[in-house]
Design a protein around this ligand. Structure first.
Ligand code: PCA
Length: 213
Protein backbone atom coordinates (compact mmCIF):
# COMPACT_ATOMS: atom_id res chain seq x y z
CA UNK A 1 0.00 0.00 0.00
CA UNK A 2 1.09 3.52 -0.65
CA UNK A 3 0.25 6.44 1.64
CA UNK A 4 0.73 10.10 0.82
CA UNK A 5 1.24 12.24 3.90
CA UNK A 6 1.58 16.01 3.72
CA UNK A 7 2.62 18.77 6.13
CA UNK A 8 2.33 22.53 5.69
CA UNK A 9 5.11 25.10 5.58
CA UNK A 10 5.19 27.56 8.53
CA UNK A 11 2.67 30.40 8.48
CA UNK A 12 1.34 33.25 10.62
CA UNK A 13 4.79 34.44 11.72
CA UNK A 14 5.94 31.05 13.05
CA UNK A 15 9.33 29.74 11.96
CA UNK A 16 8.39 26.07 12.19
CA UNK A 17 5.25 24.07 11.51
CA UNK A 18 5.13 21.00 13.79
CA UNK A 19 3.00 19.20 11.20
CA UNK A 20 5.80 19.43 8.63
CA UNK A 21 8.53 18.70 11.20
CA UNK A 22 6.73 15.50 12.19
CA UNK A 23 5.77 14.41 8.67
CA UNK A 24 9.38 14.65 7.49
CA UNK A 25 10.55 12.43 10.38
CA UNK A 26 8.31 9.52 9.40
CA UNK A 27 10.07 6.50 7.91
CA UNK A 28 9.65 5.91 4.18
CA UNK A 29 8.55 2.37 4.94
CA UNK A 30 6.26 1.33 7.82
CA UNK A 31 6.12 -2.47 7.65
CA UNK A 32 4.56 -3.14 4.22
CA UNK A 33 3.39 0.48 3.75
CA UNK A 34 5.27 2.85 1.42
CA UNK A 35 5.10 6.37 2.80
CA UNK A 36 5.42 9.35 0.45
CA UNK A 37 5.98 12.62 2.29
CA UNK A 38 5.43 16.10 0.87
CA UNK A 39 5.22 19.76 1.86
CA UNK A 40 2.23 21.93 0.95
CA UNK A 41 2.26 25.73 0.74
CA UNK A 42 -0.10 27.68 3.02
CA UNK A 43 -1.72 29.24 -0.04
CA UNK A 44 -5.35 28.95 -1.09
CA UNK A 45 -5.87 26.96 -4.33
CA UNK A 46 -2.14 26.45 -4.98
CA UNK A 47 -2.14 23.97 -2.07
CA UNK A 48 -4.95 21.95 -3.67
CA UNK A 49 -3.35 21.94 -7.11
CA UNK A 50 -0.03 20.69 -5.67
CA UNK A 51 -1.91 18.00 -3.73
CA UNK A 52 -3.70 16.98 -6.95
CA UNK A 53 -0.35 16.69 -8.79
CA UNK A 54 1.10 14.58 -5.94
CA UNK A 55 -1.90 12.23 -6.08
CA UNK A 56 -1.65 11.90 -9.88
CA UNK A 57 2.09 11.19 -9.60
CA UNK A 58 2.14 8.74 -6.69
CA UNK A 59 -1.31 7.13 -6.94
CA UNK A 60 -1.68 6.54 -3.20
CA UNK A 61 -4.55 4.57 -1.65
CA UNK A 62 -4.55 6.69 1.51
CA UNK A 63 -3.95 10.46 1.78
CA UNK A 64 -3.54 12.14 5.15
CA UNK A 65 -2.90 15.88 5.29
CA UNK A 66 -1.54 17.30 8.53
CA UNK A 67 -1.64 20.89 9.77
CA UNK A 68 -0.90 22.96 12.86
CA UNK A 69 -3.81 24.02 15.07
CA UNK A 70 -2.17 26.27 17.66
CA UNK A 71 -4.11 26.32 20.93
CA UNK A 72 -5.50 22.80 20.64
CA UNK A 73 -4.48 20.45 23.42
CA UNK A 74 -4.55 17.18 21.51
CA UNK A 75 -4.19 15.58 18.12
CA UNK A 76 -7.50 16.13 16.31
CA UNK A 77 -8.95 14.05 13.50
CA UNK A 78 -11.13 16.30 11.38
CA UNK A 79 -14.58 14.95 10.60
CA UNK A 80 -15.68 17.44 7.93
CA UNK A 81 -14.43 19.96 5.38
CA UNK A 82 -16.77 22.80 4.37
CA UNK A 83 -17.05 24.69 1.08
CA UNK A 84 -15.89 28.08 2.27
CA UNK A 85 -12.71 30.14 2.52
CA UNK A 86 -12.78 32.86 5.19
CA UNK A 87 -9.25 33.95 6.04
CA UNK A 88 -8.64 35.61 9.42
CA UNK A 89 -4.99 36.13 8.45
CA UNK A 90 -3.45 36.35 4.96
CA UNK A 91 -2.09 33.13 3.47
CA UNK A 92 1.62 32.98 2.62
CA UNK A 93 1.01 34.83 -0.65
CA UNK A 94 -1.14 37.55 0.91
CA UNK A 95 -4.55 36.19 -0.18
CA UNK A 96 -7.44 36.94 2.18
CA UNK A 97 -10.61 35.42 0.72
CA UNK A 98 -13.78 36.22 2.64
CA UNK A 99 -16.81 33.92 2.40
CA UNK A 100 -15.70 32.47 -0.94
CA UNK A 101 -16.68 29.01 -2.09
CA UNK A 102 -13.76 26.65 -2.67
CA UNK A 103 -15.65 24.96 -5.52
CA UNK A 104 -18.66 27.04 -6.68
CA UNK A 105 -20.22 23.88 -8.11
CA UNK A 106 -19.33 21.57 -5.21
CA UNK A 107 -21.47 20.39 -2.29
CA UNK A 108 -21.52 22.37 0.96
CA UNK A 109 -19.37 19.82 2.78
CA UNK A 110 -17.60 16.48 2.63
CA UNK A 111 -16.88 14.02 5.40
CA UNK A 112 -13.39 12.58 5.85
CA UNK A 113 -13.20 9.01 4.56
CA UNK A 114 -10.49 8.03 7.06
CA UNK A 115 -11.56 5.73 9.94
CA UNK A 116 -11.33 8.70 12.31
CA UNK A 117 -12.81 7.03 15.40
CA UNK A 118 -10.51 4.03 15.10
CA UNK A 119 -7.54 6.36 14.65
CA UNK A 120 -8.46 8.44 17.71
CA UNK A 121 -8.91 5.28 19.77
CA UNK A 122 -5.55 3.82 18.71
CA UNK A 123 -3.67 7.08 19.33
CA UNK A 124 -5.24 7.35 22.80
CA UNK A 125 -4.29 3.73 23.53
CA UNK A 126 -0.68 4.65 22.78
CA UNK A 127 -0.87 7.27 25.55
CA UNK A 128 -1.16 10.34 23.34
CA UNK A 129 -4.27 12.56 23.62
CA UNK A 130 -6.46 12.64 20.52
CA UNK A 131 -10.06 13.37 19.71
CA UNK A 132 -12.46 14.19 16.89
CA UNK A 133 -12.80 17.77 15.68
CA UNK A 134 -16.01 18.89 13.97
CA UNK A 135 -14.47 21.96 12.38
CA UNK A 136 -11.20 22.31 10.52
CA UNK A 137 -11.75 26.07 10.49
CA UNK A 138 -12.12 28.15 7.32
CA UNK A 139 -8.46 28.71 6.50
CA UNK A 140 -6.05 26.70 4.34
CA UNK A 141 -6.37 23.40 6.25
CA UNK A 142 -10.13 23.23 5.76
CA UNK A 143 -9.51 24.32 2.16
CA UNK A 144 -7.17 21.37 1.56
CA UNK A 145 -9.46 18.89 3.33
CA UNK A 146 -12.40 20.03 1.20
CA UNK A 147 -10.27 20.04 -1.96
CA UNK A 148 -8.96 16.53 -1.27
CA UNK A 149 -12.47 15.14 -0.70
CA UNK A 150 -13.77 17.01 -3.77
CA UNK A 151 -11.03 15.52 -5.93
CA UNK A 152 -11.73 12.01 -4.61
CA UNK A 153 -15.49 12.40 -5.22
CA UNK A 154 -15.37 14.14 -8.59
CA UNK A 155 -12.77 11.75 -10.07
CA UNK A 156 -14.21 8.64 -8.33
CA UNK A 157 -10.78 7.86 -6.90
CA UNK A 158 -10.36 4.77 -4.73
CA UNK A 159 -8.62 6.75 -1.99
CA UNK A 160 -9.30 7.13 1.70
CA UNK A 161 -8.50 10.72 2.58
CA UNK A 162 -8.70 13.13 5.46
CA UNK A 163 -7.00 15.58 7.72
CA UNK A 164 -5.46 15.76 11.16
CA UNK A 165 -4.48 18.83 13.14
CA UNK A 166 -1.64 18.88 15.66
CA UNK A 167 -0.85 21.25 18.56
CA UNK A 168 2.07 23.67 18.71
CA UNK A 169 5.52 22.18 19.33
CA UNK A 170 7.06 23.10 22.73
CA UNK A 171 9.54 25.61 21.26
CA UNK A 172 6.65 27.57 19.74
CA UNK A 173 5.02 28.25 23.11
CA UNK A 174 8.14 29.44 24.92
CA UNK A 175 7.14 32.97 23.92
CA UNK A 176 3.44 32.25 24.66
CA UNK A 177 3.29 30.90 28.22
CA UNK A 178 0.13 28.94 28.97
CA UNK A 179 -0.40 27.68 25.42
CA UNK A 180 -0.62 23.89 25.09
CA UNK A 181 2.04 21.99 23.16
CA UNK A 182 3.02 18.46 22.18
CA UNK A 183 6.47 17.04 21.44
CA UNK A 184 7.25 16.39 17.80
CA UNK A 185 8.12 12.78 18.79
CA UNK A 186 4.55 12.27 20.03
CA UNK A 187 3.15 13.89 16.89
CA UNK A 188 5.28 11.54 14.75
CA UNK A 189 3.97 8.56 16.69
CA UNK A 190 0.36 9.73 16.31
CA UNK A 191 0.75 10.21 12.54
CA UNK A 192 2.30 6.74 12.23
CA UNK A 193 -0.67 5.31 14.11
CA UNK A 194 -3.05 7.16 11.78
CA UNK A 195 -1.24 5.69 8.77
CA UNK A 196 -1.30 2.15 10.16
CA UNK A 197 -5.00 2.29 11.11
CA UNK A 198 -6.00 3.89 7.79
CA UNK A 199 -4.34 1.03 5.94
CA UNK A 200 -5.89 -1.75 8.03
CA UNK A 201 -9.35 -0.64 9.19
CA UNK A 202 -12.03 -0.72 6.49
CA UNK A 203 -15.09 -0.01 8.63
CA UNK A 204 -14.73 2.66 11.27
CA UNK A 205 -15.72 1.83 14.84
CA UNK A 206 -18.87 3.31 16.41
CA UNK A 207 -17.84 4.99 19.66
CA UNK A 208 -19.11 8.33 20.90
CA UNK A 209 -16.66 11.20 20.48
CA UNK A 210 -18.94 14.08 19.59
CA UNK A 211 -19.19 17.43 21.28
CA UNK A 212 -22.12 19.33 22.75
CA UNK A 213 -21.03 22.68 21.35
N1 PCA B 1 -2.57 25.16 9.77
C1 PCA B 1 -3.43 26.12 9.11
C2 PCA B 1 -2.95 26.19 7.70
C3 PCA B 1 -1.63 25.53 7.67
C4 PCA B 1 -1.50 24.86 8.96
O1 PCA B 1 -0.58 24.10 9.30
C5 PCA B 1 -4.91 25.79 9.28
O2 PCA B 1 -5.28 25.16 10.28
O3 PCA B 1 -5.72 26.18 8.42
Amino acid sequence: MRVLITGFEPFGGEIVNPALEAVMKIDNKLNHIDVIKAKLPVVFHQSISILRQLIELHKPTVVICVGQAGGRTSITLERVGINVDDARIPDNEGNTPVDQKINPNGPDAYFSSLPIKAIVSAINESGIPANISNSAGTYVCNHVLYGLCDLIASSSLDIKGGFMHVPFAPEQVVKNPGQPSMSVENIVSAIETAIRISCTVTNDIAVADGSTH
